[in-house]
Design a protein around this ligand. Structure first.
Ligand code: SF4
Length: 458
């Protein structure tokens, strides 16, 4: 049956059928070292991936008191807080998008004057301390010197004005992550010599639905101080404290491992990768943070906390198990770390993952993914809608976990959907997240509406 899947010739190397029965993709024994990933998208394949600018904006946008100025046509600026969902405990400046709104005449005569004037307008606001200036495709094509404009503005206004030259065509979404990490380094490098303090930074968590606060509470419970966060609920003042931490804890490896590496080089701060999705990963992450700090009292408190929370979470899941029996899941998310955690989380619920893919996974991520899934699973890098639809149908997925671009693919096929991306309003991290995820998967997957949809759609 799977032999009938139509796949673009150039895409075959980015799809692995672990069962080896697919003539349209690479079959094999489960070793994924030869899956093509971390490359530019195939032209004409209509990738689900976001652009370089979007990758940069994802990482920087949650800085709550920063002005985010998009130098480009108004369309690029449509990526705002309202499709992001990061929460703040203070300023709300980040909820507004600013744009130079480049038009045809700017393309002909250049947009630097317009950019200078836009920065002046923002810098005159009393609250302005930090402005990120994103260069998008058009700014890259017309060759505006964004670096020079930002440098002049810094001198003129005495505030930080950081250029993020993120033309959408200049690479993949991962390149945008890297640019954002470099921008954060520009902000914090002048504070390299702040005195060391006892505590950790959390990198790669964006406080979606308050998840950063959940994790901070766990760490507080076991006696670990959080110095700063990047970038969920961060501010200019909190970012400046980052060089003082003893350890960097990296939640989203894809977006923030590069920042952790740069901080290790510049400030000598070691880092560990963690994940707070699912019972086993949450427990393991808390344990490893306490151990990495060499804090034996925290290790003991962590074990007590984990034992109590795990017992309660497992008791919560138990009544849902009969409804999950025999069900199959498809996963398509941004990075490898989340896909790995989701496979484990579905395993904890007794649900088999039959399709799994990411926008920006690395070879090492796909090796872990391959080791976690069964022999009849299809693994895809940088998938397109057609591939996702075909493989979900062929593998009989009952639910798709993804983001805003994947939701309609599932719904039109009569397949349940769980939003695990930036738009959601409920926490999916930590033990609270286990409860929310279990409840949502059950409500969506076992809704009678799908049987009705499939019958109606034939
Ligand atoms: S691809 Fe270019 S034009 Fe489109 S959103 Fe990204 S930066 Fe803007």
């Amino acid at each position: 049956m799977i032999k009938n899947v139509s796949v673009l010739e150039e895409r075959r190397k980015s799809i692995l059928d672990k069962g080896g029965a697919c003539s349209g993709c690479g079959g094999g024994s489960g070793i994924t070292s030869n899956i093509a990933c971390d490359t530019t998208s195939v032209s004409g394949a209509v990738s689900q991936r976001a652009c370089v600018y979007s990758g940069a904006r994802v990482v920087l946008n949650p800085v709550t008191d920063a002005y985010h100025l998009i130098h480009g046509p108004i369309g690029c600026a449509s990526y705002t807080w309202d499709i992001r969902g990061s929460l703040t405990s203070g300023p709300e400046i980040f909820r507004t998008s600013f744009s130079t709104d480049l038009r045809e005449t700017d393309v002909i005569f250049g947009g630097e004057k317009k950019l200078s004037s836009a920065i002046d307008q923002l810098a005159e606001k009393a609250s302005a301390k930090l402005i990120f200036v994103y260069g998008t495709c058009i700014a890259g094509v017309i060759g505006d010197d964004i670096d020079a404009v930002c440098a002049r503005a810094e001198k003129k206004h005495g505030i930080r004005v950081i250029p993020v030259k993120a033309s959408g065509f200049s690479g993949t979404k991962s390149q945008g992550y890297k640019l954002a990490c470099d921008a954060i380094m520009q902000v914090i490098l002048p504070y390299k010599d702040v005195p060391k303090a006892d505590g950790v930074n959390i990198l790669g968590d964006y406080n979606l639905a308050g998840e950063m606060w959940i994790i901070k509470n766990y760490l507080k419970e076991i006696g670990i101080n959080v110095i700063s966060t990047a970038t969920g609920d961060a501010s200019f003042e909190s970012l400046k404290k980052m060089p003082s931490a003893r350890l960097n804890v990296v939640q989203c490896a894809g977006s923030s491992t590069y920042l952790a590496r740069r901080m290790a080089e510049e400030f000598g701060i070691p880092y560990i990768n963690v994940s707070f999705f699912g019972i086993s990963d949450t427990a393991d992450s808390l344990r490893r943070i306490a151990r990495a700090l060499g804090d034996s009292a925290a290790v003991k408190r962590a074990e007590v906390f984990i034992a109590a929370q795990t017992k309660a979470a497992e008791a919560f899941i138990e009544p849902y198990r009969p409804g999950f029996k025999g069900k199959k899941a498809a996963i398509f998310v941004g990075g490898g770390f989340k896909a790995i955690s989701l496979i484990k989380q579905f395993n904890e619920l007794g649900i088999e993952t039959v399709v799994v893919g990411t926008q920006t996974g690395k070879e090492e991520d796909y090796e872990v993914i391959s080791s976690l899934v069964g022999g009849d699973t299809v693994i895809l890098d940088d998938a397109n809608p057609s591939e996702l639809e075909e493989f979900m149908l062929l593998k009989g997925a009952d639910i798709l976990v993804g983001g805003v671009k994947e939701r309609p693919l599932a719904y039109k096929l009569g397949i349940a959907f769980c939003d695990h991306n930036h738009e959601r309003r409920h926490a999916l991290a930590g033990f609270e997240g286990v409860r929310n995820f279990t409840r949502e998967v059950n409500l969506s997957m076992n809704s009678p509406v799908w049987a009705y949809c499939r019958r109606e759609c034939g």
